[in-house]
Design a protein around this ligand. Structure first.
Ligand code: GLN
Ligand code: ZN
Length: 781
């Protein structure tokens, strides 16, 4: 085989830095400890390191403008001058202060950890833009805010600056821009009802201006991200794509556009994507491997196809020979200059470098590929394709060896778990009796008043609690001391809840670092990294657990804490668990089993915990499914399948108990309309949900669908430091009563209280209990 160069692309590198250098710089800057120049210098250092690494490995399509000080969608808003008037910007380049005000609010902010939705700031000053999840990732972007008829102007030179910065260092790069159609669809019309796509004509001249400047500064290609291509799109969006890319081709013909779709297949958007006058099209062949054949048969001969074969969303080393088997024929058919090999999406969504892990099991470590290793894999593929497989024979053999070793490893395979999962029957996912019978037994057993009061589980994780945890983690506090500290915090919290008259109590979750990690650390089949940080938003990073093997629960996880808390009160103490779907959705999941199968294993493990809590005497057990909704597939047509197995897993966890044992669940979101039937099918005896911020609007879902079981629509918005007064909460309860039966309603906050301080929580809960009392009194009057 004659050797030639095959283009390889990463689509984007992690921004936060292998040791979270960007986080450190940002936080120092926000704290006033370093100035803007120092922040910019730190950022430039991270960019240079990413470029150097990629160049060193032989990546040919090195991205620029993939870096961001906070968020690339926010960068795009800045580039287009899409700055809402509240931020007081009067044109010209968007200053850093304005940029961070949009990101974080102008006087600090409160973001609620652990919830699926994060929220803008509160208090005085201008609140931050709204923030929400980037497609089905755990990355959050700042939602662009539009007004009718608004103008756009070029208000940031970032893309051009970073292209030049790279060039000055000797790197020819391919700038990355978020495409105009995805940008508009990710934003929303503020206090108005119009389709943001109607703003496209005003947007395009700014884009073409930027493209022209990029071309003038030496760019030959630009990567235009249009991840909306993986969604169900209305005709208007398809037309917008034709308009936008038609205009770019006409006005800036000298610049080649690599149009990227990712996170899924093109599906019924394929015809449109293939008809656009672009030079290249990127396909996510990890999420949607089956689209390769149909696209190949329809792609115009001159189109460069970028094959996204290295998984940008997961952490496993790839089966490189198997990938080559699939893509070699594509190369021979289309020729090396019409194919690129790429990551499936930007490597932003995986941690930096496995080599930084010091404590991992060596076998597991050898199976993992973070961004640095994925870049390696791309290079190996490029060489195999350009020079022939022999040129990288050892690397390919090693990759195949890893796959084989992982498949056969006793650390991955637990025959007992596999047998048990195979033996699950439908009965195991059904409570013994229907809800109405259970309800009567439970009412008799608990004798609770109407509108019973409770909380969602956690109480403030104060500085003191965090300090103790960190001291214990560093070995500065002994196990016994730490345990004593946690017991005291728990006992006090239980006594206080009883004092203010809450009906159903919780232990407060002081012992938990995180609602998923706490369980993952006690389950077999999970591993945790030391440096496996992934950006969640801005400077915030998470280290998702890695589910590498069959999951089981070697020993009870929460029973002792429950027992201890219950010993301080006669009132019902809820057992508190995180549900299987949430544990799955907030982890990196093994890729050698279907997600549904992994979830079923977790469900069985948590089911064991439910059983042990019941044996210990718990009669109320809450199984949180905070992340059930966010696991919904991007395409509607895939929803039902997901909901079916997700609900089944929840039920498998919950259904082993006696009828008189009350199962609670909690979900912190406000969009229920489209999944309400699935929520009903979970058949929890009681569900608590978020409703206070939408003033119970979300209960609209319950107008056409009569939710059968009991429900606590949150009356206290815990995302804000505001202390709600009694009248406000009785009012919300009245609104709930208009939609639900009096005997269905529980009274509780929106979510856990861990991010709040006691100074707010105390009066707020006292008011909440009083609101329930007054509502009860009105009922009997
Ligand atoms: N029980 C958890 C808590 O109160 C639930 C948190 C969540 O749903 N995000 O913190
Ligand atoms: Zn919640």
């Amino acid at each position: 085989m004659s050797s030639s160069i095959v283009s390889i692309a990463t689509l984007g590198a992690p921004r936060i830095g292998p040791r979270r250098e960007l986080k450190a710089a940002l936080e120092s800057f926000w704290a006033g400890k370093i100035d803007e120049a120092a922040l910019r210098e730190a950022a430039a250092g991270l960019r240079a390191a990413n470029w150097a690494r990629q160049k060193g490995l032989g990546i040919t399509e090195i991205p620029s403008n993939d870096f961001s000080l906070y968020d690339h969608v926010l960068d795009t808003s800045a580039m287009l001058g899409a700055v809402p008037s509240a931020y007081d910007w009067s044109g010209g380049p968007v200053p850093l202060a304005t940029y961070f005000a949009m990101a974080r609010g102008s006087q600090g902010h409160t973001h609620h950890d652990g919830c699926t939705h994060a929220h803008a700031g509160s208090g005085q000053g201008v609140p931050a833009l709204e923030m929400t999840k980037w497609f089905d990732t755990n990355y959050h972007y700042m939602v662009p805010e539009f007004r009718r008829g608004q103008d756009f102007t070029n208000a940031s030179t970032k893309a051009v600056d970073e292209l030049r910065e790279a060039a000055a260092l000797g790197y020819a790069t391919r700038p990355v821009l978020l495409g105009p159609v995805s940008f508009l669809r990710l934003g929303k019309a503020k206090n108005d009802d119009f389709d943001p796509l109607s703003l496209l004509p005003g947007l395009l001249p700014v884009y073409t201006d930027v493209l022209r400047r990029l071309a003038a500064s030496g760019a030959r290609w630009v990567q235009m991200d249009e991840p909306c291509l993986s969604l169900d799109l209305p005709d208007a969006a398809l037309q917008a794509l034709r308009d936008a890319y038609g205009m770019f081709a006409r006005v800036v013909p000298q610049l080649n556009v690599m149009l990227t779709s990712y996170f899924g297949g093109l599906g019924d958007n394929a015809a449109t994507a293939l008809s656009l006058p672009v030079a290249g099209l990127h396909l996510d062949l990890v999420r949607a491997p089956d689209q390769l054949e149909p696209i190949l048969s329809r792609a115009p001969r001159g189109l460069v196809l970028s094959l996204g074969v290295i998984d940008g969303r997961n952490v496993w080393r790839s089966d490189l020979p198997a990938i080559l088997d699939r893509i070699e024929p594509v190369l021979s058919k289309r020729g090396t200059d019409h194919v690129q090999v790429a990551a499936s999406c930007s490597l932003l969504h995986v941690p930096s470098d496995v080599e930084l892990e010091t404590g991992l099991d060596p076998d597991l470590k050898s199976w993992l590929a973070f961004a640095a290793q994925k870049m390696d894999e791309l290079t190996i593929l490029g060489r195999a394709l350009g020079e022939g497989r022999d040129a990288v024979r050892d690397e390919l053999a090693a990759a195949a060896g890893v796959i084989a070793a992982r498949r056969a490893s006793p650390k991955v395979n637990d025959a007992a778990v596999q047998r048990r999962a195979d033996a699950v029957t439908g009965d195991m996912a059904r409570r013994r009796s229907a809800f109405v019978q259970r309800r009567d037994l439970q009412r008799e057993h608990f004798g609770l008043p109407a509108f019973p009061t409770t909380t969602i589980g956690s109480f403030p994780q104060t500085a003191e609690v965090r300090k103790a945890r960190s001291a214990h983690g560093k070995g500065q506090m002994s196990d016994a001391e730490y345990d004593g500290f946690l017991r005291e915090a728990t006992a006090q919290t239980v006594r206080w809840q009883e004092e203010i008259g809450l009906d159903v109590l919780v232990h407060g979750e002081f012992e938990r670092n995180d609602m998923v990690q706490y369980f993952g650390e006690q389950l077999a089949g999970f591993a945790f990294t030391k440096a496996g940080w992934v950006q969640s938003y801005g400077s915030r990073c998470v280290r998702p657990p890695i589910i590498f093997g069959d999951v089981s629960r070697p020993a009870p996880m929460t029973v002792e804490w429950w027992r201890y808390a219950q010993s301080h009160t006669e009132r019902p103490m809820k057992g508190m668990l995180t549900g299987p779907v949430t544990i799955l959705n907030w982890s990196f999941v093994r890729d050698d089993l279907p997600r549904a199968a992994v979830c079923r294993q977790i469900a069985l493990a948590v089911r064991d915990e439910v059983a042990d809590l019941e044996v210990a005497g718990a009669r109320m057990i809450q199984i949180d499914e905070a992340a059930l909704r966010e696991g919904l597939p991007l395409r509607r047509s895939d929803w039902q399948h997901y909901l079916d197995w997700a609900v089944e897993c929840f039920r498998l966890t919950a259904s082993g108990v006696a009828d008189a044992t009350q199962i609670h669940t909690h979900m912190c979101y406000s969009e229920f309309n489209d999944i309400i039937a699935a929520i009903g099918a979970m058949d929890a005896d009681v569900i608590s949900i978020e409703t206070s911020r939408s003033k119970m609007e979300l209960l609209d879902a319950f107008t056409s669908y009569r939710y059968p079981n009991e429900i606590g629509p949150g009356v206290y918005d815990i995302h804000s430091p505001r202390i709600p007064d009694v009248a406000e909460m009785t009012d919300l309860l009245q609104r709930a009563r208009a939609k639900l039966g009096d005997d269905q309603i529980w009274v509780n906050p929106d979510c856990g209280l861990k991010t709040r301080g006691w100074a707010e929580v105390r009066p707020a809960l006292v008011n909440m209990v009083e609101a329930a009392r007054q509502t009860r009194a009105a009922l009997s009057a």
